[in-house]
Design a binder for this molecule. Structure first.
Ligand SMILES: Cc1cc2nc3c(=O)[nH]c(=O)nc-3n(C[C@H](O)[C@H](O)[C@H](O)COP(=O)(O)OP(=O)(O)OC[C@H]3O[C@@H](n4cnc5c(N)ncnc54)[C@H](O)[C@@H]3O)c2cc1C
Length: 388
């Protein structure tokens, strides 16, 4: 491969979501010269981290007092965190990784706070069961980028890592990347791959999640297409982990094909969710919302037309004094649609639900949602394939 330029650094970090930013900042703090390669333009950097809003933290043993923060839940322990992960994953989570996570989450949040990240400590919506810090994803990315730059890291935007280079002795000693101005090479002592998942790659969703998953709308960043993982495999890495699993939240049926993360649907646990055949297929209240939303999207995707509708006597805007998160498409009400009629009518007439139903749709490696879109309107749109 011919390269138009070669740059020398100690460390190349691929990706500038939370993993890459933290790695780049820490490597620069330790005195290494660091290049952070980011495929997206600067204003779109940050991958799924741009869309994130909170971290679960064991509040027992995490001290943010000197920064003026107090946890809303002050008795959440590392053991609680560990148990929640194991419960959610039916005991399949990797034990060593889980232990590393729960034992280091507190220190990491303290370190992030010292690096300048701002938190809110009150839940943004109902349904959370653990101690958390809350943040604005875009601000979080900007803050850590500035901190890494202050520590000496260089950011290379619109620079897509494409190939790992091996020295004749076997170790990785460089990386080739595509930029708008041609192919560029970075000669380095170490490469840290932090380029996220493959959720925005249609072909890989079918390959790993299953047939039909190319029809799924995507909740996260359009830039997470998985080529860095394939690059590692080509260089000889073993691919391990749960490739067929994904965080599939409920998002609004009217969400865009990609980056629909702002349209997550909450509040479904106060009503019933029916598929297009009028059948109920989940227990909406089987657990706290925080423990169900990431898996109900997949259940909805497996229903006819990949869509479901959430019915409630009224859509709650608050619960126990806390807000229920609104979607970008506005609140929906159940003015014309009682819980009884919704349940008792297997194939409801479309017009009956006009302006009255909340809709739950799977989209993305995370998806499903509320929308004020009428059933009639949705059906015609679905025929165009626009709402998948
Ligand atoms: C909508 C949404 C909401 C979420 N909310 C939360 C939450 O509230 N709390 C929580 O803990 N988790 C949340 N998650 C999960 C969380 O966002 C991810 O676990 C986390 O962002 C992963 O961080 P990362 O740095 O590994 O990847 P990402 O943040 O996805 O960053 C990957 C980066 O790599 C770049 N990249 C990709 N390919 C290349 C390449 N070839 N060359 C160079 N750069 C490349 C991408 O552009 C991107 O900037 C959410 C996810 C989504 C989608």
């Amino acid at each position: 491969m011919e390269y138009s330029e070669t740059h020398d650094y100690d460390v190349a970090v691929v990706g500038s979501g939370t993993a890459g930013l933290v790695a780049g900042l820490r490597a620069a703090e330790l005195g290494h010269s660091v290049a952070v390669l980011e495929k997206a333009p600067e204003e779109r950097q940050g991958g799924h981290t741009r869309f994130s809003e909170s971290f679960r933290v064991p509040s027992v043993g995490t001290d943010l007092e000197e920064y003026g923060y107090e946890f809303a839940v002050d008795d959440y322990t590392e053991e609680d965190f560990y148990d929640d992960i194991m419960h959610q994953t039916s005991g399949k989570a990797d034990e060593a990784l889980t232990t590393t996570l729960v034992e280091n989450a507190g220190d990491t949040v303290e370190w992030l706070t010292a690096a300048g990240v701002d938190w809110q400590m009150e839940p943004l919506a109902v349904g959370y069961t653990a101690a958390r810090t809350w943040f604005d994803g875009e601000e979080y990315v900007e803050t850590l980028t500035a901190a890494a730059e202050d520590a000496g890291a260089d950011f290379w935007f619109e620079t897509q890592a494409a190939a790992l280079h091996r020295a004749p002795t076997g170790e990785i000693d460089g990386i080739g990347a595509r930029t708008p101005d041609g192919q560029v090479e970075f000669d380095v002592d170490a490469v840290i791959l932090a380029a996220g998942d493959y959720g925005s790659n249609d072909e890989k969703r079918v390959r790993y999640y299953g047939p039909g998953y190319d029809e799924m709308n995507v909740l996260g960043s359009r830039y997470n297409t998985g080529e860095a993982l394939m690059m590692a495999e080509s260089a000889g890495a073993n691919l391990v982990g749960q490739w067929g699993g994904a965080h599939m939240a409920l998002i609004d049926a009217a969400s865009p094909d990609v980056e629909g993360g702002a349209n997550r649907v909450d509040g479904y646990q106060y009503g019933v969710i029916l598929n297009d055949d009028g059948e109920r297929f989940v227990d909406e209240g089987e657990d706290a919302r925080a423990h169900t939303y990431a898996k109900f999207g997949r259940k909805i995707f497996e229903q006819p037309n990949h869509v479901a509708t959430s019915f409630s006597t009224r859509r709650p805007t608050t619960w126990c004094g806390r807000p229920v998160r609104p979607t970008r498409f506005g609140p929906t009400t159940s003015r014309n649609c009682s819980r009884k009629s919704a349940v008792a009518t297997p194939k409801p007439e479309p017009r009956r639900f006009e302006r009255s139903t909340a809709r739950v749709t799977p989209t993305s490696s995370n998806r499903t949602c509320w929308t004020a879109t009428t059933r009639t309107a949705w059906r015609s749109k679905s025929r165009t394939g626009r709402f998948r």
